[in-house]
Structure formats: C-alpha cells, structure tokens
Design a binder for this molecule. Structure first.
Ligand code: UT7
Length: 323
C-alpha cells in the first residue's frame, strides 16, 4: 500500500533508555557466548536491559522529551500512537499508560507491526493529519525485548535490547512517499502466546519466546530493502544520489552493509546504533532520528530514506525531506 496523499513532518524527538547496559563480555557470565561471534556476525557490542524500569517509564521519558523539543506541552497532543509488540499490560494499551503518565487528554491506541511498527505509525498518523482529525500526534515506539527472549538461548538473547523512542508529528510536507507491506509467515519469526487456563481448550499452548530463522529473515531483509528503495526512487523520479541518509532498521550490521554494498553508497550515509543498543525492534529507527537530530547531522532539506522489516512478515519504507 502506498499513497501520495499525505501530510506530516516530525517536529520533535526523544528517547527513553534503561540505565543498565550489558556488554557481550557481561553475557559470558550467563552462558557460553563468544564476543567475537556477536560482533562479527551482528555488529552488536552492548545493549541496554531493563532492571526496575517499566515499558511505560521508558515511553513516558521519550514522550516528554519529544513533546518539550516540539515546543509543546502534553495538553497540546491530540492523539497518541504507540508501536509495540506488547506494553506492561496486554490491556490497557501502552498508549493509555503513556497518556496517564504524561497527563495528556486525547485518544490513544497501540499498533503492532513488529519491527516495522514505526513506519506503520507514521502512515496512520499521516492519515489523521490529512483528514484534519489531529494537529499534534505523539508516536512512541517501545519494547522490552529482554522479556521476549529465552535467556537460555544464546542465538536470540544476545541480539535484542530494551528501549523507547518518540516523536511528535504535525501537518507538513516532509513525508513524500510511504509504502507498507505484509505477508503471513509465522514460522520464520514468532513469539507464541499461551492459551491460559481455560478448561475447554483442547490444544494447550505454553507461553513462548522469540523463535527465529535468522538466515531467512536476513535474506528477506536485504531483498526487501533493496526493492523498496527502487520503488520509492521510481515513484518519486528521484536519483539515488539525492538520498542523504539511509535510516534502516537495526537488526544486523551485516544487513545494513549488504544493502549499502549493493547500492554502491558510502558508509557515512548509513547511520547505525545497533552497536550500542542491539536490535530494538520498532524503536531502532526513531532512536536513530533522535540521535541524528541531537548530533545536528540532519539538516533542513536533507532527504531521508527509512526502511524496516520484521515479523509478519511486515516491511515498510518512506521518504522524508526534513523540514
Ligand atoms: O528484527 C527483525 C528480525 N530479525 C532479523 O532481522 C535477524 C536477521 N538474521 C540475523 O541477524 C542472523 O541470521 C543471525 C545473527 C540471527 C544469525 O547469524 P548467522 O550468521 O545466520 O548464524 P547462524 O544462526 O547460522 O549460526 C552460526 C553458528 C552456529 O554454530 P554451528 O551450528 O554452525 O556450529 C551457532 O550455534 O554460530 C553459533 N552461534 C553462536 N556462537 C557464539 C549462534 N549464536 C551464538 C553466540 N555466540 N551468541
């Protein structure tokens, strides 16, 4: 799905990261992991993991920072969208928890498109803005992946981290293109939900942890991102060289490098944070936007290509000309 009828610009960003960081070497005290393997196969050197922070704590910190940087107060927010695979409760939504914590008064709901959640949230927000149904929308992406992985499984537990990132979006012409994709393939990547204690259930299912066929996702990611870039450039009649920044989901440094090599683009155009945070699911991209803004890397007029992929399988991309 892609549409040209859209209105959106990002007016503020924020982050909420747990205090405790855990290096690859720290993990060696829990199980047989190899620092060299993790760095060379993924690019990850450390990740932040929740100790006493909740997902709502991280989300509210990111939200308040994004709102302040937008020159607004929580009363100026008229919609909250959280992208997450699960907040502190199955219900109420994380968005309602954030709303209460920051003292906003507006509609609030979650969306789950796995690692692609932030791109989906931008599309939903753009719809509300174009329709005149909201003026300032808070988007928060937040995950506690440490609660979703099996800490006895070194092949998945070393990959992920915890954190939140937020942005406030308003009407504007920055969003030039957005495309969303989804297919059904639960076997490649999933986290099973238990069937509870119903006496009627005939096929009982236990609560599970992240199950992933890493190599399949890897191939899907590289092919999809490359195709998405081609589609976006074609739709916009834009040369590849016009893109200043390729802001990709941070699942594996080698995925980013493969895309970059295929496109013959310089490394500086592909910002990374996977080395410091691991895979943060839908948080990776808004966190990169926050960091790039803080470091004054993104300048007005810069063209950004954003792309994410994840469970579903889902994928999404967009082109933003920074205002
Ligand atoms: O966020 C969106 C969803 N996720 C992704 O996009 C992930 C995409 N996929 C990947 O990033 C990579 O496929 C992984 C990082 C998950 C795995 O890398 P790989 O190069 O595909 O390695 P592998 O799973 O095939 O494992 C290779 C070896 C295995 O040993 P054997 O069977 O060859 O003897 C593993 O046991 O590496 C071993 N291994 C480890 N060794 C030391 C796996 N995990 C570890 C570890 N430390 N932590």
């Amino acid at each position: 799905m892609n549409g040209m009828n859209m209105s959106l610009k990002i007016i503020g960003t924020g982050k909420g990261i747990p205090a405790r960081h855990v290096s690859n070497k720290d993990l060696a005290s829990f199980f047989d992991v190899d620092d060299d393997w993790i760095v060379s196969r993924t690019g990850i050197k450390k990740r932040h993991i929740c100790t006493d922070e909740t997902i709502t704590d991280l989300s509210a910190a990111a939200a308040l920072q994004a709102i302040e940087k937008s020159g607004l107060t929580p009363s100026g927010i008229d919609l909250i969208i959280c992208s997450t695979i699960g907040g502190d409760f199955r219900t109420p939504s994380l968005a309602c928890c954030v709303l209460g914590r920051i003292g906003a008064k507006c509609p609030a709901f979650d969306i789950n498109a796995a690692c692609t959640g932030f791109i989906y949230a931008l599309k939903v927000a753009s719809g509300f803005l174009s329709a005149g149904d909201a003026k300032n929308i808070l988007i928060v992406s937040a995950e506690m992946m440490s609660a979703q992985v099996d800490w006895n499984d070194r092949s998945t537990s070393v990959l992920f981290g915890d954190g939140a990132a937020a942005c406030v979006v308003a009407n504007g012409g920055a969003l030039r293109y957005i495309n969303l994709l989804a297919t059904e393939n639960t076997s490649i990547l999933n986290i099973p939900v238990d069937t509870g204690n119903s006496p009627f259930v005939s096929r009982k299912r236990e609560r599970g942890y992240v199950q992933m066929q890493g190599r399949e996702i890897f191939k899907f990611a590289v092919n999809t991102v490359e195709n998405e870039i081609k589609h976006a450039l074609n739709a916009l009649k834009m040369p590849l060289e016009q893109i200043n920044w390729f802001i990709l989901h941070q699942a594996n440094r080698r995925i980013i490098d493969s895309v970059r090599t295929k496109l013959h683009q310089p490394q500086e155009k592909f910002p990374v944070n996977i080395d410091r945070y691991g895979n943060l699911s839908s948080v990776s991209i808004p966190l990169l936007l926050f960091e790039m803004q803080e470091e004054c890397k993104i300048k007005p007029g810069d063209t950004l290509f954003l792309a994410a992929f994840g469970a579903g399988l889902t994928a999404g991309s967009c082109v933003v000309v920074w205002e």
